[in-house]
Design a protein. Structure first.
Length: 51
């Protein structure tokens, strides 16, 4: 089953119309080691700016 990953960052190389992420995989990291308490504790390492 295909999953949709939504993203509002229009200047990302993987951003697609309808706010759909076009990356093959998503890599998310935590600022606080191996755990996070909410989304503010995380970053998407997949982000790549468009040229």
């Amino acid at each position: 089953m295909a999953k949709e990953v939504l993203c509002e960052v229009e200047n990302c190389n993987y951003w697609g119309q309808g706010n759909l992420c076009q990356a093959d995989a998503i890599y998310v990291v935590s600022h606080k080691g191996n755990t996070a308490h909410d989304s503010k504790d995380t970053d998407c390492k997949t982000f790549k700016p468009t040229h």
